[in-house]
Design a binder for this molecule. Structure first.
Ligand code: UDP
Length: 235
């Protein structure tokens, strides 16, 4: 197996499925099955989920509310998503632990790096909630940072497009997909992979990123089987 320990980043929006807001229960079932399939392959799995399906800090700013307050609301939204995914995984007998960057002791453990590592070694799926616990960051940054901290081999960014394209494939029909690209090229071509803070963290720590279509059944295990799915960003 090329990757023994992975960090899977899922956006909050992807959890909406066909809905306009909130959590689509079918999507939860699908994602849980995908995750279970790679746990069964013996891969150690950590997950960061966004909160965009519920709340983003920018929304607060747009209506004249305090941005920092909004960011904490966004972080709490990620905890809601994480709890939903945790429940769905446990329903299919996957052992999980939810570790939060904000202390919410009734529902999750506090984030402690050593504890996260221990859970992973024991084969438990570790879900990191509340981003990094600080405002003005995104869950992409949380994904990069936690991945580096837990010494993950790769960040798998599960999206609804099947990789990084020369242009936006939803707007430009001539856009083609990269199978491999370097951090430098992504930077020079100003391609949208992650926000700059998250991207730079990966680049500076030589942590590869794979962008792939998480909504296609079997794709997550195919990526881990080494199939050329999506786009690999590396040195
Ligand atoms: N957020 C934050 N710090 C973090 C992670 C998240 O302040 O470390 C807030 C921020 O307001 C963000 C929101 O939580 O907009 C939801 O996360 P994100 O936008 O990354 O979710 P996604 O786009 O992946 O659904």
């Amino acid at each position: 197996m090329k990757y023994k320990r992975i960090l899977l980043k899922l956006s909050g929006e992807s959890l909406m499925g066909e809905q306009n807001y909130g959590i689509d229960p079918n999507r939860l079932v699908e994602y849980s099955a995908e995750i279970k399939s790679v746990v069964d392959m013996g891969v150690q799995v950590a997950i960061v989920i966004g909160g965009g399906n519920i709340y983003r800090g920018m929304q607060a700013e747009e209506v004249g509310l305090d941005r920092v307050q909004g960011d904490y609301m966004g972080m709490l939204a990620t905890v809601i998503n994480s709890m939903a995914l945790q429940s769905a995984l446990e329903k299919i007998n996957v052992n999980t632990r939810l570790l939060s960057g904000i202390n919410i002791q009734q529902v999750c453990e506090p984030y402690i790096r050593r504890r996260a590592m221990r859970h992973l070694e024991k084969g438990r799926v570790v879900i990191f909630g509340a981003g990094i616990g600080s405002p003005y960051f995104t869950t992409d940054s949380a994904a990069s940072l936690r991945a580096i901290e837990i010494e993950a081999d790769v960040v798998l960014k599960g999206t609804r497009v099947d990789g990084i394209y020369t242009a936006d494939p939803e707007k430009d029909p001539k856009a083609t997909r990269y199978t491999n690209i370097t951090f430098q090229e992504v930077f020079e071509k100003d391609l949208n992979v992650m926000d700059m803070t998250a991207f730079t963290l990966c680049k500076e720590n030589n942590l590869p990123i794979i962008v792939f279509d998480m909504n296609k059944k079997g794709n997550l295990s195919k990526v881990l089987d080494g199939e050329e799915i999506g786009t690999l960003v590396s040195m």
